[in-house]
Each structure stands twice: as C-alpha cells, then as structure tokens.
Design a protein around this ligand. Sequence first.
Ligand code: TPP
Length: 326
Amino acid sequence: MTANAPSLDLQQEMFRKMCLTRALEEALGRLHAQGRTRGPIHRCDGQEAVGVGVTAALETGDKVTTTHRGHAVYLGKGMDPDAVVAEIMGRATGACGGRAGHMLVADASLGMIGGNAIVGAGIPAATGMALSMQVLGQPHVAACVFGDGAAQTGICHEAMNMAALWSLPVIFVLEQNRFGLTVPFEAQSSVPDLSVRAAGYGMPAVRVDGNDVVAVYRAVQDMAARARRGDGPGLIVAETYRLEGFSTSDMGGYQDPAEIARWKERDPLTLARAALLAAGLQAQRIDALRAEAEDRIAASFAAADAAPLPVFEPDMAAMPYTAGRV
Ligand SMILES: Cc1ncc(C[n+]2csc(CCOP(=O)(O)OP(=O)(O)O)c2C)c(N)n1
C-alpha cells in the first residue's frame, strides 16, 4: 500500500460522516417501527466505513454508484443530510423531489450517480462512465460499490472483463457483508475469497478490513492513482458485516447471534473513535462530533416532517402520443 495516511482533519470528517449515517439508520429503524417510513429500508449499520472511506478518497469530478443500501455513499459524497432525509421521507424538498425513495437517491452535481434497486446494475453503469471519461480524456475515475450477492451476477463479470480489456478508470468496490437477502455468502460463491476473481480478468485486487475507514480510504486512493495514470481498473474487497438484517421488514432468525456480537465488537464507529484517540484527538471532541451528527440528522427529520409532499402533475403534452388516450 502506497497511499498517504489521511490527515487528522480528514479522519475527523470521515468519522463525522459515519456518525451521520449511523444516526440516519437508527432514526429510520425507529420510524419504520412506528409505520412512518415508505416501505422497507435497507440499513447499512456496521458498514459505514465502506461508503464513507470510498467517497473520501474520490475527488469532486469522480463518480460513484451504489446499491439499495447506499446511505453512507450518499452522505460520504457530500450530499446535504436535509436533502437525503427529505428524499427518503418522500418530500418535495428531497434530493430527487421526493419521487425516488431511499434506494435511488442521486445528485449528479456531486458525482453521486445513484443508488440502485436492481442488484448489480451500478457495476456496468460505473464502467460506462469510466469509458466516457477515457474517451473524453478526463482525469477522473468512476467507482461502484456493490454487494457479494451482486458479485454473482453475469453483468458483474461482463463489466469487469470489459473494464480490464480496455483499461478503464473504474474501481470495483465489493462490499462483502456476508449475506445476499437471507442467503449466507458460503451458499453463493464457489470461492471463499472473491478477490481471486480479479486475476481472471488480469486486474489487481486487494482485500481490506471494511470496518476500518482508513484502510478503505487508502485502498481506494491506491486504485484511483493507478486508474488516473491509465493503468486500468482494480477490485477492492472490503470485508464487513450486515448488522441489521436485509431490511427493516426482515424477520431475522438466520444470522448467528454470536457472529453478530463478534462483529459489533468491531463496530466501525468504535474503531474510528479509537483511531482518532490514538492520533491525539481529545475524547470530548470525538464525542461532540457524534452528538453534533445526531442533532444534525434529528434536525433533518424535523425539516422533512414540515416539508410538503410532491405534487404529481404529468405534463400530458410532453407524453408519448398514447398517454392518456388509451
Ligand atoms: C436483478 C435483481 N435480482 C434480484 C433482486 C432482489 N434482491 C434485492 S437485494 C438482493 C440481495 C442483494 O445482496 P447483495 O448484493 O449482497 O447486497 P446486500 O443486500 O447484502 O447489501 C436481491 C436478491 C433485485 N433487486 N434485482
């Protein structure tokens, strides 16, 4: 690994964004229990270091796609929590006018190209963006964050082959959270270590502790530097764990409680806090960062509650000629 360690400022910023994400997930869990969310929510508790570490290593002109579990990527790439929360709550003030829902949030102006409800679909999208960057001679990279379930799709293999063949500036970030819906990883893959697949396409791969935000950040920096030099794509397997079930509708019962407890001991927020302490930051300052993030998310929910719902007024004149007539 050659990337520079993040500055203390950046480490604090990554911690703040992880705290924002955790506060968002916990608030959504509470709201779902009260029947106040629009459908199930796919929480990313315990996986915040992946989305935040990846996006911290990207520049503004770089693009990223994510999954149905992408809240850490939304906030990591710099989206305003008010716009994210309002979108999830279906309000007109949301990032997409309240029409996208929690899985499809995007802000193209920030290079946050979107979550995606189609498993694996963000992978070819980022590969296509990387092709466009290469053709246009832009100094940017595209990254896609996707799950171990998505890694088993045909489109993942096709995109990786094409990206390596054409040396596209794309970074494949496999968020290995060990489940696809209720199916454990061991029942999905013929190989226990998905990083070995990269060799089949002739691209480098690295496995990192996906609960260590600095490790994720450094791995993405390294892969992005290669891609910017024209050396093509790479695969990062970030090992983490899905702590809160598939979605807020999940009845549970198929994840081993002892395994969950082991991963909770390695909570990414706890690890990041310890790293900040070791870097010399006062405990009081770290706790204030977390409290401020919680207040920020609470304020975003209050603002969303007070915001109007979107008004759907289809412009019939702009519709294909059959609309409204058949
Ligand atoms: C193409 C497609 N097939 C199936 C589904 C149903 N589905 C939604 S999420 C999911 C599992 C995804 O697992 P993974 O990629 O590991 O992501 P995770 O939920 O673990 O973050 C499936 C099968 C879908 N949305 N799209």
